[in-house]
Write a protein that binds this ligand. Structure first.
Ligand code: GLU
Length: 294
């Protein structure tokens, strides 16, 4: 009898800076959610924007290992998968689901919006342009971005922390004007490609999940289950950043960082194996962790 392939969870850092204690806490939680449900755990380096930051990415991997996170398979590097994303965009374009957009960020922010549309949601300016108009725009300006032609205003996902969550699905970008695949596209394609069926990440990305799940549906991919976990905030109540100081493993040392993380979760433990024994998603703190070194 063949056993069904187990699903997988993942952590997907962008190599823009060393991981800080908030990123590490999210990584530990993603690992706990996956391992406590007998899933595999994978790491993906989201370096489409930061391709030159290999050294940062390698330090991030070292830090994840040092804090006791284990993973299966070699980490994936998004910058090495460009053809994969291009093929998916081509397939969507063949289905008539892609259009060129000539708008700048400023154009989008200043365009009239539907009454409940959040700031930055695409108002559809370039959606119905005719061929002549498109040719003129292409001639006049920068290379266009490619957007997905969506047919829903919103979409609902299941989140293990937030329950049923409904959010906006606008005609979001698939490929930027500079040719770089957009975050929402790359995440969906890579998660499906790696058999990831559980997405645990910071709750700053909760609002992106309806777009991503909608796109997964369009592509015939299974929908992952989500868990958007509370972020870590600095003393001013703002999202923690490296510049806050005393936040990286190099600054804190592994034992200190690990005990700060496990205490903030309410599960003080000696190591990740002990932590896994104590992990209970129902007890996960729902409030952001106010990080302050005492
Ligand atoms: N690379 C993203 C970040 O570092 C996370 C993407 C994701 O987990 O979907 O914020």
């Amino acid at each position: 009898m063949t056993r069904p392939t187990p699903g997988a969870g993942r952590f997907a850092p962008s190599p823009s800076a060393d991981l800080h204690i908030g990123n590490l806490r999210t990584a530990v939680l993603a690992w706990l959610f996956a391992r406590s449900t007998d899933r595999r755990f994978l790491i993906r380096v989201e370096d489409l924007d930061d391709r030159t930051h290999d050294d940062v990415a390698r330090r991030q991997l070292d830090d994840l290992a040092a804090i006791g996170i284990t993973w299966d398979d070699e980490p994936q590097w998004q910058s090495r998968q460009r053809q994969r994303y291009d093929a998916v965009v081509d397939g969507l374009a063949e289905r008539g689901l892609v259009y060129e957009c000539y708008c700048s960020r400023k154009d989008i922010l200043s365009a009239p919006r539907a009454p409940h549309a959040p700031e930055g949601a695409y108002p559809g300016t370039c959606r119905e342009l005719g061929a002549v108009e498109r040719a003129a725009r292409r001639e006049a300006g920068r290379p266009p971005a490619l957007r997905l032609r969506t047919d829903t205003g919103e979409y609902t996902v299941t989140d293990l922390v937030h329950g049923s969550y409904t959010g906006v699905v606008d005609d979001f970008v698939l490929r930027r004007g500079d040719g770089v695949p957009a975050y929402n596209l790359a995440v969906v394609v890579d998660d499906a490609h790696s058999g990831i069926d559980q997405v645990v990440r910071g709750d700053d990305l909760l609002a992106s999940s309806p777009r991503q799940a909608y796109l997964a549906g369009l592509l015939g991919y299974p929908q992952p289950v989500y868990a958007h976990v509370p972020l870590v905030l600095n003393a001013e109540g703002k999202r923690l950043a490296k510049r806050d100081g005393a936040v990286t493993l190099a600054e804190l040392g592994v034992p200190r960082a690990f005990s700060l993380i496990t205490e903030s979760l309410g599960w003080p433990s000696a190591d990740t194996a002990a932590l896994l024994q104590r992990f209970d998603p129902a007890e996960l703190p729902r409030e952001p962790w106010m990080y302050q070194l005492v």
